[in-house]
Write a protein that binds this ligand. Structure first.
Ligand SMILES: Cc1cc2nc3c(=O)[nH]c(=O)nc-3n(C[C@H](O)[C@H](O)[C@H](O)COP(=O)(O)O)c2cc1C
Length: 328
């Protein structure tokens, strides 16, 4: 039977199939089911600084008499943050005490000081690694792309100064020079980059004439964007790459490894099929490797990346010729 072990998050993983951060990874019992199903690692649900502040605002609105008291506000800020952090740290230590599968904490903050506070506490709670869930929505016309990018480098640098556990980042594709920024990020001392996160996106309801939210879960066709960038980026990075979004089958996972990914992070298929989706993917990847004479992932990882094939195959974007010649 083929060996499907790999390395990501700076750790040895038994499988390249990682349970991505989502509400499926926010409770110990659920996490244990994912580890039993064969996940290579678990990325816990992110702790969101925004959520903490939202909770704070709700509490404050119930206590309008106290609004103007700065000491009270400080106290409240402290208590609520502390409670959220306490619950998250408890989740880390609960899960760690019940499984040997690597447990990766995930933080999403909007200020660099709180990232650092969370990172240090997460390490103390026993997480094996840390994933920074980072996103700047580039909508502010007064900010240059360099301004937006600074946030990533400053935050990473601050976190790396205070923790010893491996740190990786999960990013979106919203960068003006994606290849350039990913290469620079990969040289900061982080151990891995996951491309790409999936976000709430707006849609329009043409019957009720309002703006709604698109499906929260990805579809199996959504793998196309991260696949192109995995093929292009995997050969120019100084750290490992994992892929996420639209990976619903072993077939798709194998494509990503051929394009140079060390691992895949899956969420939507776990909501649709449950933890057994991981077991199935592991078995099918192993069977495919046996059929193709590959003993380990390194035997085929990156063999179809741009660095091993041609720039044209990965960078071509226009349909010009194809549709120019076809008649409907
Ligand atoms: C319901 C739901 C909740 C999620 N929560 C988080 C989160 O807390 N932190 C994070 O980094 N990613 C989160 N994600 C993104 C997933 O980790 C994953 O990267 C993304 O959904 C793409 O993978 P998929 O196509 O397999 O769903 C969430 C995704 C879903 C569907």
């Amino acid at each position: 039977m083929a060996n499907i072990s790999t390395r990501f998050f700076g750790l040895d993983l038994k499988s390249p199939v990682i349970a991505a951060s989502s509400s499926m990874t926010g409770h110990s019992e659920q996490v244990l089911k994912l580890t039993e199903a064969g996940a290579g690692a678990i990325v816990l649900k992110s702790i969101f600084e925004e959520e903490i502040y939202h909770e704070l605002q709700e509490e404050l609105s119930l206590r309008s008499d106290m609004h103007s008291d700065p000491e009270y506000l400080d106290y409240f800020d402290y208590v609520i943050k502390d409670e959220n952090i306490r619950k998250y740290l408890q989740l880390i230590s609960d899960v760690k005490s019940r499984t040997s599968v690597p447990v990766v904490a995930s933080i999403n903050c909007i200020s660099s000081s709180d990232w650092v506070l969370f990172a240090r506490k997460i390490e103390e709670a026993g997480a094996d690694a840390l994933e920074l869930n980072m996103f700047v929505n580039p909508t502010d016309v007064n900010k240059s792309s360099e301004n937006n990018e600074e946030f990533y480098f400053e935050t990473i640098s601050k976190v790396l100064q205070v923790v010893k556990i491996p740190v990786s980042v999960k990013i979106s594709h919203y960068f003006s020079n994606l290849a350039g920024i990913v290469q620079k990020l990969s040289q900061t001392g982080i151990v891995g980059i996951t491309i790409f996160n999936r976000f709430y996106s707006p849609d329009i309801d043409i019957e009720n004439l309002n703006v709604v939210t698109t499906d929260v879960l990805s579809s199996p066709h959504d793998f196309i964007l991260p696949l192109r960038w995995t093929g292009i980026l995997s050969g120019i990075m100084s750290c490992e790459l994992a892929a996420s979004t639209g990976i619903h089958s072993s077939e798709t996972a194998i494509k990503f490894i051929l394009a140079g990914a060390s691992a895949v992070q899956i969420a939507s298929v776990l909501y649709k099929e449950g933890p057994s989706a991981i077991t199935k993917m592991n078995l099918e990847i192993s069977d495919w490797m046996d059929d193709h004479g590959f003993e380990k992932l390194e035997d085929f990882k990156g063999s179809l990346a741009q660095s091993a094939t041609s720039a044209q195959a990965w960078e071509r974007v226009q349909f010009m010729k194809y549709f120019g010649e076809k008649a409907f």
